[in-house]
Write a protein that binds this ligand. Sequence first.
Ligand SMILES: NC(=O)c1ccc[n+]([C@@H]2O[C@H](COP(=O)([O-])OP(=O)(O)OC[C@H]3O[C@@H](n4cnc5c(N)ncnc54)[C@H](O)[C@@H]3O)[C@@H](O)[C@H]2O)c1
Length: 289
Amino acid sequence: MSAPRLAIIGLGLIGGSLARALREAGAAGPIAGYDPDPAQRDAAQRLRVVDHVHDTAAAAVGDADVVVLAVPVLHTAEALRACLPALKADVIVTDVGSTKQSVLDDVERVCGKLPPRFVAAHPIAGTEKSGVAHSQPDLFRRHRVIVTPHAQQDRTAQALVTRLWEAVGARVVEMDARRHDAIFAATSHLPHVLAYSFVDMLAQLDRDHDIFSNAGGGFRDFTRIASSSPQMWHDIVRANAAAVGSLLDRQIDELRQIRTMMRESRWDDLKRLFERARAARERYLAQIE
Ligand SMILES: NC(=O)c1ccc[n+]([C@@H]2O[C@H](COP(=O)([O-])OP(=O)(O)OC[C@H]3O[C@@H](n4cnc5c(N)ncnc54)[C@H](O)[C@@H]3O)[C@@H](O)[C@H]2O)c1
């Protein structure tokens, strides 16, 4: 296929960044876009993120060879349903959602069975910012994209989606959807729950104390991700609730252990825990360098 015609459904940070990256790379034909939020549609038009902004999803996907669903994960079914009547017979549909099994389940529910040409994908790139105004054409460069093929997967469709991601500088790896969700529950979903919870707890204290106005760099580093989109993270935590919930239970146990060490003045144990954690983080840093 020559450069495929694209439709991006959901003109936010990820949809907008992918459109800009593909255009810069010359890897796509005309790109159409749709978002239900008029402010995102206007910004996408003004910033020329896509070639044509449409008022409905169906109008955006009519000519597309590849449709990218770039919506909060629990909106996948609704977004796909809106596209279905207008899709070309041989269209490839893909997504960018942060959970993968829920997306596969929703697509199966909407279509009756998993379409072979649906390719589930998750770019491991992003920021705490949302909306098309923050989109960046180089967002995916030197980042991974995880593709989670399903039992009916059409490998030609998967290869085309892989080529699109590689064209914008990403490295594509394959993974089972449930394994993906278990891993990202630990490294991404749980940290967001902890950051939101920590900031919320301090915000309640701050009614009486001057906490935030005296916060330093550590507070800023630790809480950056609590600035992420609440809608997006509500959807992710709800869609992956079993995996996130059991890790949250483990984290609560660990915090209780720390509390007990403090109550019992077991300061050496506390220091050992900190040492263990620092060593684990250093191993992680060495691995990614
Ligand atoms: N932000 C990140 O760091 C990041 C990283 C990797 C993957 N993701 C995933 O990418 C997806 C998009 O996230 P984002 O950061 O671009 O969010 P965003 O809030 O910037 O954009 C999402 C857009 O989807 C639109 N939308 C909602 N329902 C829709 C529907 N039914 N049809 C069409 N559009 C609809 C919203 O109006 C919004 O503009 C999410 O599934 C998220 O899990 C995000």
